[in-house]
Design a protein around this ligand. Structure first.
Ligand code: NAD
Ligand code: LMR
Length: 332
């Protein structure tokens, strides 16, 4: 039995993400939780002729039944940005939502893999980890910040500049975090093959870093990326299920994880990040989640500068998440 729970399932991301997950033959039970309308979304998806059972759980009093027995919990619950906002501006609402969901996971499915989509990911992942640490059930291999949209955008935008770069099968590593300048795509890995100029690298990097803003602006107050995020979230979930359920080996994805708690976060990363606790990097997935953090490749001089800048901002984001849990500890 493989039960996957989507928390925030009635939302802009939650609905298309649940639709994509209904297609997975590795999921036997898809449980949809939201504070509104989860039952309606579940009834709708349950008519699709794939094998998994779909159940809907609406309202906080249904959270325990939704989470019990979960193999994986995907969390896109919370508010999205409007034009003019940063992801950090979402902290005051989303931090509490994510903390409370993490708290429920500790209680009802402490061994589940937790995939955090809710922004600001740079802070919400430390929040989840802190809640798990305080309950003594923390396993760094099982908690992920989903940064796959940055990877998806990288392939798309590079393809638009070099059509010979096949966007579906070519993956670009994106390290750092998930907001603006903390997003560092390693374009040096493909630079020589595609003869990218310094100017093109600079423009592509900027576009990948601020790709989210393009969507926020185009949606003009109606939210942020939902469909491309659902695609990215389903891709990451499917990779994790392939590794953890089917036992497929050699699967690598970029994701924001508790770096020091995982195997393989070796010297190059420690030097590059100054020992930062959380960082997005390529990880190889295995039966227990993160099998190992893939060593950082040699970075170009420009990328080294970008990482330095990212690390400074990440420090603040991480500290803010950790402090939030410490300050609200009484409620845990
Ligand atoms: P949305 O407002 O459309 O949907 C959010 C859903 O969460 C709603 O259905 C709401 O009812 C639900 N919700 C609120 N509080 C909840 C709670 N306590 N428990 C369960 N559900 C709850 O927003 P969206 O567009 O789906 O975005 C969701 C989040 O994902 C935002 O924080 C957004 O910034 C983030 N996001 C992250 C990435 C990424 O790359 N990681 C990409 C896009 C969006
Ligand atoms: C994105 O990258 O599209 C998301 O993080 C949503 C946002 O706020 O831009």
């Amino acid at each position: 039995m493989v039960k996957v729970v989507v928390c925030g399932a009635a939302g802009g991301i939650g609905q298309p993400l649940s639709l994509l997950l209904k297609n997975s033959d590795l999921i036997s039970h898809l449980a949809l939780y939201d504070i509104v309308n989860a039952a309606g979304v579940a009834a709708d998806l349950s008519h699709i002729n794939t094998r998994s059972t779909v159940t809907g759980h609406t309202g906080a009093n249904t959270l325990s039944e939704a989470l019990q027995g979960a193999h994986t919990v995907v969390i896109p619950a919370g508010v999205p940005r409007k034009p003019g906002m940063t992801r950090d501006d979402l902290f005051k609402i989303n931090a509490g939502i994510v903390r409370d969901l993490a708290k429920a996971c500790v209680q009802y499915c402490p061994k589940a893999f937790i995939l955090v989509i809710s922004n600001p990911v740079n802070s919400t992942v430390p929040i989840v980890c802190e809640v798990f640490k305080k309950a003594n059930v923390f396993d760094a291999r099982r908690i992920f910040g989903v940064t796959t949209l940055d990877v998806v955008r990288s392939s798309t935008f590079v393809h638009q500049v070099r059509p010979q770069f096949e966007p579906h099968s070519n993956r670009i590593t994106v390290i750092g975090g998930h907001s603006g300048t903390t997003i560092v795509p390693l374009l040096s890995q493909i630079e020589s093959k595609l003869s990218l100029t310094a100017g093109e690298i600079k423009d592509l990097t900027k576009r990948i870093q601020f790709g989210g803003d393009e969507v926020v602006k185009a949606k003009a107050g109606a939210g942020s990326a939902t469909l491309s995020m659902a695609y990215a979230g389903a891709r990451f979930t499917n990779s994790l299920l392939e590794a953890t359920v089917r036992g497929k080996t050699g699967l690598v994805e970029s994701t924001y994880v508790h770096l020091r708690g995982n195997a393989g976060a070796a010297d190059a990363t420690i030097r590059a990040t100054g020992g930062l606790e959380y960082f997005a990097q390529d990880v190889e997935l295995g039966p227990e989640g993160v099998k190992r953090v893939v060593p950082l490749p040699t970075l170009s001089a420009e990328e080294q500068k970008l990482v330095k800048e990212a690390v400074e901002e990440l420090k603040g984001n991480i500290t803010k998440g950790i402090a939030f849990v410490a300050e609200t500890q009484a409620k845990l």
